[in-house]
Design a protein around this ligand. Structure first.
Ligand code: COA
Length: 148
């Protein structure tokens, strides 16, 4: 995808419907539109969307906590995957966080989520923790990346 075709920007309340649609297709423990609305509005939260040719193709939602960014959600619509959108969302989150290095980016991922683990590995996140049965039907891997 060319740089011109893909725009990463802050989410707006008018994006809620499309974000909720991608959310419901991507996750089992779906966040409701109300949960998502709170994430868009909270002062400590950062939600970015990827717009591909005018259509919302994915989003990332994170909390900025002292010295840390916690990624809570990242999803790309199935029809837009493997085009570098998730990578751009993470890179833009880091670029636009306004956090002063050094800080850490943290998240949990399902052990069986091969795509997400490969994505984070490609961005030099390290797998440095394990929570057995953290999810109803899976273990969690804790991921971390130090921004220097
Ligand atoms: C995980 C997810 C966000 C990846 O989004 P994406 O836009 O397709 O990812 P990208 O195109 O940016 O992929 C970047 C790199 O990640 C790795 N990757 C991504 N998807 C992969 C897959 N299905 N299999 C293997 N590697 C994969 C590759 O290294 C890829 O680089 P390449 O395409 O040059 O080989 C997407 O599959 C998704 O929304 N899944 C459902 C929700 C989810 O699991 N979210 C993550 C929760 S932590």
């Amino acid at each position: 995808m060319t740089g011109k075709a893909l725009i990463i920007r802050h989410a707006q309340l008018t994006d809620l419907g499309k974000i909720a649609e991608i959310e419901s297709q991507a996750f089992e423990n779906v966040w409701t539109e109300e949960n998502l609305r709170k994430e868009i509005c909270a002062s400590f939260s950062m939600m970015l969307v990827a717009e591909a040719n005018g259509e919302i193709a994915g989003y990332i939602s994170a909390w900025k906590i002292t010295g840390e960014i916690q990624i809570n959600r990242l999803a790309v619509a199935a029809s837009h995957r493997r085009r570098g959108i998730a990578r751009r969302l993470i890179e833009t989150l880091i670029d636009q966080s306004g956090m002063a290095p050094p800080y850490k980016i943290l998240l949990e991922v399902r052990e069986m989520n091969i795509a997400a683990r490969a994505l984070y590995r490609s961005l030099n996140f390290s797998e440095n923790g394990f929570r057995k049965s953290y999810y109803r039907n899976d273990n969690a891997i804790l991921l971390e990346k130090e921004i220097k």
